[in-house]
Design a protein around this ligand. Structure first.
Ligand SMILES: C[S@@+](CC[C@H](N)C(=O)[O-])C[C@H]1O[C@@H](n2cnc3c(N)ncnc32)[C@H](O)[C@@H]1O
Length: 243
């Protein structure tokens, strides 16, 4: 997992740190590449009074949005410079919540201590699902929920410039990216099976398309808005640990 840290240390200096102020300034809760409003998706519900952890929080802007809505949030990230940026933002915006340096596969928080486990392209893409999903289940109280956004499997199977299917779906899991952070993307069926096998009830799967007028993300530019208006480049999952 050390190449992960090197990659995210570099990503922090190339983009995340500079982007943090703008993201922390946003009032709306939104998801992913196209900043799809949570008000349209409606997977989180009222978070006021909930104990929440964001796994792979980066500069912790998503955590900040939920803290402003009354959640008791903890941000978890293994790359030291990311919580360092988050701490600077906390001081600037006068909003404090705990930040813990850890991998999502092994979170130093107690069993059954949380109501919501969240990930926006953190654990949901960069942690091993066979380890972080059981870890999320361990952390949740009975009745607690897991919500995350990740890239769609289609994005990993297609040539995104012309839409041709180029990669096998069977067995898709770990995508090694020499010099970058490895990524984990299971097929929808395999992820559904993993969630169910871990003890979650799957509540929702929302395929996210690029909206009209979307522009290519200035940093995460691996998909074009033209492609992503026809095929979902992202998907949001919600699951519940039964009460
Ligand atoms: C793209 S950022 C996600 C944060 C934020 N939502 C964003 O979009 O900028 C990805 C984060 O995942 C973290 N990460 C990488 N591997 C991880 C792992 N195994 N467990 C938890 N977080 C991890 C990285 O340190 C990085 O800060």
């Amino acid at each position: 997992m050390s190449s992960n840290i090197e990659h995210w240390t570099r990503a922090n200096s190339e983009f995340d740190d500079a982007d943090a102020h703008e993201r922390w300034s946003e009032n709306e809760v939104s998801w992913g590449l196209w900043k799809t409003p949570e008000a349209e998706i409606g997977v989180l519900g009222d978070v006021s009074g909930l104990d929440v952890v964001e796994l792979g929080c980066g500069t912790a802007y998503f955590s900040a949005w939920l803290a402003r809505r009354g959640a008791r949030v903890v941000g978890v990230d293994p790359t030291p410079v990311q919580p360092a940026t988050a701490r600077r933002m906390q001081a600037e915006f006068g909003l404090e919540f705990p930040l813990v340096e850890a991998f999502a596969e092994e979170v130093p928080l107690p069993d059954a201590s949380l109501d919501l486990v969240l990930s926006e392209y953190g654990a949901s893409l960069f942690a091993d699902p066979s380890r972080w999903i059981p870890e999320a289940h361990r952390l949740l109280r009975p009745g607690g929920r897991l919500a995350f956004i990740r890239p769609s499997p289609l994005l990993y199977l297609c040539d995104v410039e012309d839409g041709r299917l180029t990669e096998p779906m069977r067995g898709m899991n770990r995508f090694e990216k020499p010099g970058n952070s490895d990524e984990f993307v299971l097929s929808d069926g395999d992820l559904f099976g993993l969630l169910r096998g871990t003890g979650f009830e799957v509540e929702n799967l929302v395929e996210v398309y690029a909206p009209e007028g979307a522009r290519r993300h200035e940093h995460y530019s691996y998909t074009s808005p033209e492609w992503a208006r026809k095929w979902p480049a992202e998907e949001i999952w919600a699951a519940r640990k039964p009460a």
